[in-house]
Design a protein around this ligand. Structure first.
Ligand code: ADP
Ligand code: MG
Length: 626
């Protein structure tokens, strides 16, 4: 027996491999199990054409065995095995993939299920092991061989004893160091969870001896540890099953098993595409908001599998931000993986899949909206905000995509309505889509500014979330109807007659208004006759882009730039208070000052804006009382 050297480049490559290709050590098990699965696949494909070879499901499996005492982890398979030459070529030459060669040779035989292609995965074993021993007996061969290596030093090959065809890989697990612990790779529960995570859908059973507590015979309360062989993986991925055979419960179980959420999903989408890129996908719209959903910690993404093997836990590129609430997985055999198989080489396929998925989610949401309104409202309560955020972000690039998924509370229907429903109901003379912003629906319903619009029989949408107005400003219009705040300068509801009357009143009381404007200098831009009030004496309206609700939000932001709305104090000239104002103007300037300030402060209170001087306000109130 002579020790052979790895070729120089191989040596460097191996060092690189062990130290830098993979981000997580635990994937060594994924790689070794994938190799075993490939080895069994090879027998399966051979059996398709070789009459002397029978492939029966029972005889083919992968077995994992941990021995804590000796610190060994053994991976055994009943696959095709390796001859001496193959051990030398496939394990001795780094970056040589026997599996890729097999795939190319057997192209016609549907060999695309084989996972290996880079010829490096095997060496990931050295991330956790000091010594790797491979004992293998090839199909059709009488002699088994043992390959052994301590990593960069090279390897040895010698004849060995092995009864059955297949491969046994024995890892001498590293001793713990001060910084690193390797014990976990000998722990039953840990190994099980790694297998579940990456290799759950390997097509052959992955068996493991696990200890189970069992009641002793003839005893109810005495237990003993019994070793039992258990199949760890689910084998057949749910997404490859026939949709007709699957129940909602199956999908819900998968959701829970894969820890997509603790709730029951509201809806699932099962996609199978056999087009330019082939893929399977199961997507879920969750029922409840994850607790960290609207926080920085939340990470969007879908699980990404390549041929049933988990590649990425959260592939963010598969989901647009506005659908970040969607959970689930994508499995494709057409992905070009990078060498670590933790990332993708090109994103062309991924982009195609993402585009397709986006469409499916949208049409699913639309169909829930159409057919299961209550369910949609429930969904919207949780994630509507995210959709509105989607309309607003990226300078409105996705607004058209999302506008039909939006809902707002309606003054008329007293429930959430879509923009399409609103526009559908608009009377002919109504020019705009009206909305009112405030803290809550109850408060908005009491806003004086809505009085006349509602009185005209027009519907008002209530905007009670901070994002609402920003999203609508981005949307600008819907089906050519412009959005209009009930607090904005011109509501477009006055008749010519009304307008004339307002103009007259304005001229008539010009001096009074000028005086009031002076009293409120720096606080309001103007004092005017109101076009929107019916029973209330005053309200604030705004001019320009920034509304009062926006001012509130901008003021609350960390980088507050003190942006303020241009406010107009509007007076209801049909209210008795106005008569009082006129009298003061003529006889008592001090009282006019008092009343003007009181009215202004009342308008602020109605808007939910803070009073600039609450103490002065209460003093003023008292003055009126005594
Ligand atoms: P890849 O799987 O990408 O080809 P690996 O480094 O994981 O690369 O494995 C290298 C080669 O060694 C495989 O292509 C295969 O030919 C061979 N091999 C590895 N493990 C086994 C096994 N358990 N049974 C048979 N052949 C194996
Ligand atoms: Mg491999």
């Amino acid at each position: 027996m002579t020790t052979k050297q790895f070729k120089a480049e191989s040596k460097r490559l191996l060092e690189m491999m062990i130290n830098s290709i993979y981000t997580q050590r635990e994937i060594f098990l994924r790689e070794l199990i994938s190799n075993s699965s490939d080895a069994i696949d090879k027998i399966y494909y051979k059996a398709l054409t070789d009459e002397n070879l029978r492939f029966d499901n029972e005889s083919y499996y992968i077995k994992i065995k941990a021995d804590k005492e000796n610190r060994t982890l053994t991976i055994t398979d009943t696959g095709i095995g390796m001859t001496e030459e193959e051990l030398e070529n496939n394990l001795g030459v780094i970056a040589k993939s026997g599996s890729l060669a097999f795939k190319t040779e057997n192209e016609s035989k549907d060999g695309h299920d084989i996972i290996g292609q880079f010829g490096v995965g095997f060496y990931s074993a050295f991330m956790v092991a000091d010594v790797v021993t491979v004992i293998s007996k090839a199909l059709g061969s009488d002699q088994a061989y043992k390959w052994e290596s301590r990593g960069t030093d090279g390897y040895t090959i010698e004849p060995a004893e092995k009864e059955d065809v297949g491969t046994e890989i024995i890892l001498q697990i590293k001793e713990n160091t001060e910084e690193e612990s390797y014990d976990e790779f000998l722990e039953e529960y840990r190994l099980k969870s790694i297998i579940k995570k990456y290799s759950d859908f390997i097509r052959y059973p992955i068996k493991m001896d696990v200890s189970v507590k069992k009641a002793k015979e003839d005893s109810d309360n005495e237990f003993e540890d019994v070793i039992e062989e258990e199949i760890i993986n689910s084998m057949v991925p749910i997404w490859k099953k026939n949709k007709n055979e699957l129940t909602t419960e199956d999908y819900e179980n998968f959701y829970q098993e894969k820890h997509y959420g603790f709730d029951k999903p509201l809806k699932h989408i099962h996609i199978t595409v056999d087009g330019a890129v082939r893929y399977h996908s199961i997507l879920y719209i969750p029922e409840n908001i994850p607790f960290d959903y609207y926080s920085k910690e939340f990470e969007k993404g879908l699980e990404l599998y390549s041929n049933g093997v988990l590649i990425m836990e959260k592939c963010a590129d598969l989901l647009p931000d506005y659908f970040s609430f969607v959970k689930g997985m994508v499995d494709s055999e057409d992905l070009s993986l990078n060498i670590s198989r933790e990332m993708l080489q090109h994103d062309r396929q991924l982009k195609l899949i993402a585009k397709n998925i986006k469409k499916k989610i949208k049409s699913q949401l639309q169909s829930i909206l159409k057919e299961e309104r209550e369910k949609y409202e429930q969904f919207y309560k949780s994630f509507g905000r995210q959709l509105k955020y989607g309309v607003y972000s990226d300078f409105g690039a996705n607004k058209e995509e999302l506008q039909d998924l939006l809902m707002f509370y309606s003054s008329k229907e007293k429930k959430l309505v879509t923009l399409a429903e609103y526009v559908e109901r608009m009377p002919e003379e109504q020019k705009y889509i009206y909305y009112a912003s405030g803290e809550s629906n109850d408060r908005i319903a009491k806003m004086p500014q809505t009085e006349l619009v509602v009185d005209k029989g027009f519907e008002v949408l209530y905007f009670s979330e901070d994002i609402d107005e920003f999203a609508i400003k981005m949307l600008m219009n819907y089906k050519e109807k412009e959005f209009k705040s009930v607090s904005s300068g011109d509501l477009g509801i006055e008749s010519d007659e009304d307008k004339k009357e307002i103009d007259e009143k304005e001229t008539e009381n010009k001096e009074l208004f000028t005086q009031m404007k002076e009293i409120l200098a720096g606080k309001v831009k103007d004092v005017r006759v109101s076009k929107r009030l019916k029973t209330h004496p005053v309200c604030l309206a705004t001019e320009g882009e920034v509304t009062i609700e926006m001012e509130k939000i901008l003021q609350a932001m960390p980088d507050n730039q003190n942006i303020k709305a241009d406010k107009i104090l509007e007076i209801n000239v049909n209210h008795d208070v106005f008569t009082a104002l006129k009298q003061c103007f003529e006889n008592d300037k001090e009282k006019l000052n008092l009343y003007t300030n009181l009215l202004y402060n009342q308008a602020l209170l109605i808007e939910g804006l803070p009073l600039e001087d609450p103490v002065q306000f209460t003093k003023d109130m008292c003055k009126v009382m005594i």
